[in-house]
Write a protein that binds this ligand. Structure first.
Ligand code: DCP
Length: 478
């Protein structure tokens, strides 16, 4: 088992303080190297449109902080915990940059495009799966094996050891050089592969920095779960390698909720049913015990997860699987009637219509499924939501038609609710298929081709395809 678990070189890359970096590079004379925070637009003020190239430094704004540069973090500014005024008290030099706005909401196009440029560089040496606006997974197994065999099995040293970390049996080592400088006998096969991958990642991160100016952090391991855990360990501008030997130490005291798939409802039920809070504790349960609580399939998956085993592959995908846009409605703006829901679905539809057309022209594909997701914040943090979603076959890609279909879905849901409120509203399109050649864009926008077959999700018009409740982290939507 251990051998099979150590034969892939998987990386998770996450850009550092992403929106803040994008803004710093947009206006380097004023912002680069300075404490910067990106703030939401004022939901109660005027909803003027601001393009990315407009001057958007509004230092008197009291908007919520959605990205905080590492210079600002060093001065004590915290995302999620403060608004503009408080942050400026803590760090008077802080520059508050408002997100661009269009269609009466934040316009993330510029950040999305910048993320895509980064992924194009990161994907040069292997399979690249874009996971969110600023994250991706890479499978560098082939490239790393090639380099390792060219070096006669001796892992190449990174061109720089600055901020390169390794999690060993005893925990993170101070100086990664010590790990590279071990004698030949103490290296496992998997370790050679990961060390080579770490050297490649030093190169790729340097290429991103040289070509675009952005810094990112990476986690290097044998699978996605461990790579994702590792990428955030020594941010910013860092990479962390997790060889098999370091896995037990890494997982021992890790809260169960920190594992990618256990951050929601299912994770909570695992913790409460077993009376545990850490992954180390989860690992003490036998397969049979887990089976009794969660069924055979979940039990096997949990058993593997607790040991850091994961076989999920990195899919080649730099294009998003879905296009989504949404808006939150705080305090007095909370939606309680269907009329404003329709109005806002119309606004979201306008953005989506433009993005579908751009995506279609660039990628020769069209979406088949429309999903509306609506939720209420859990507590005050605005990071997690109790949300539901409904989907239907996508008939026409113009704003009004999409808004109408989505509204119909919300209406059906609302009819069965006592007193409902909506504090976040998203619409997205997915299930992309290649476009038939020779289809004109006008025809496409006016009338979609054949609806999905009965076996496809959301096949009958306005059918309820899925209802999902649980935690949703909205910032990562593409
Ligand atoms: N974002 C957002 N709303 C939030 C959280 C994040 O709009 N509540 C946006 C801004 C972030 C981007 O998503 O820059 C990526 O989010 P991350 O959680 O990866 O955070 P950062 O990249 O800002 O910082 P870090 O270096 O800690 O990853």
């Amino acid at each position: 088992m251990a051998e099979a678990q150590a034969n892939r070189a998987i990386v998770h890359v996450d850009l550092d303080a992403f929106y803040a970096q994008v803004e710093q590079h947009r206006d380097p004379d004023r912002l680069l190297g300075k404490p910067v925070a990106v703030i939401q637009y004022n939901p109660y003020g005027d909803l003027k449109s601001y393009k990315p190239e407009d001057d958007r430094v509004f230092n008197s704004s009291n908007g919520s902080l959605i990205a905080v540069s590492y210079e600002a973090r060093a001065a004590g500014v915290k995302r999620g915990a403060m608004r503009g005024d408080e942050a400026r008290k803590v760090c008077p030099e802080l520059q508050l940059v408002q997100v661009p706005t269009a269609n009466a909401k934040a316009d993330l196009t510029h950040y999305r495009d910048s993320g895509k440029q980064v992924m194009d560089i990161l994907g040069r040496l292997g399979t690249c799966e874009r996971a969110s606006i600023d994250e991706c997974y890479l499978d560098l197994t082939v490239e790393a094996r090639k380099r390792l065999s060219a070096a006669a099995g001796h892992p190449p040293r990174p061109t720089s050891f600055e901020r390169v970390h390794v999690c060993t049996e005893q925990g993170p080592v101070e100086d990664a050089r010590d790990w590279w400088d071990r004698n030949d006998q103490s290296w496992g096969d998997g370790e050679r592969l990961l060390a080579t991958t770490a050297a490649i990642m030093v190169e790729l991160r340097a290429a991103v920095r040289a070509e675009l100016g952005y810094t990112c952090s990476a986690g290097i391991a044998h699978n996605k779960i461990l790579a994702k855990l590792a990428s955030g360990m020594h941010k910013p501008m860092a990479e962390t390698v997790v060889p098999l030997a370091g896995v037990p130490h890494l997982l021992e005291s890790l809260p169960v909720s920190k594992l990618r798939q256990l951050g929601g409802k299912f994770g909570n039920s695992v913790m409460s049913k077993l009376g545990i809070s850490t992954v180390g504790e989860l690992a003490t349960f036998s397969l049979a015990k887990l089976d009794a609580h969660f069924g055979e399939q979940n039990a096997r998956w949990l058993h593997n997860l607790a040991r850091g085993f994961d076989e999920e592959e990195v899919q080649q995908r730099t294009l998003p699987k879905s296009l989504s846009c949404g808006k939150t409605f705080q305090g007095p703006n909370t939606l309680r009637k269907l009329e404003p829901v329709l109005k806002w679905l119309g606004e979201l539809g306008k953005e989506l219509e433009t993005r579908i057309a751009t995506d279609r022209a660039a990628n020769s594909r069209e979406p088949r499924l429309l999903t509306v997701q609506f939720g209420r914040a859990k507590g005050k943090g605005w990071r997690e939501w109790d949300s539901s979603s409904r989907s239907t076959a996508l008939q026409k890609c113009d704003a009004a038609s999409m808004a109408k279909s989505a509204h119909e879905l919300v209406k059906r849901w609302a009819a069965n609710e006592q007193a409902w409120t909506i504090e976040s509203l998203f619409i997205s399109v997915s299930n992309f298929v290649p476009i038939p050649t020779g289809t004109s864009i006008t025809r496409f926008l006016k009338q979609r081709g054949p609806a999905p077959s009965a076996s496809e999700p959301g096949s009958s018009a306005l059918a309820v395809q899925s209802t999902e409740k649980g935690k949703v982290k909205q910032k990562k939507a593409l």
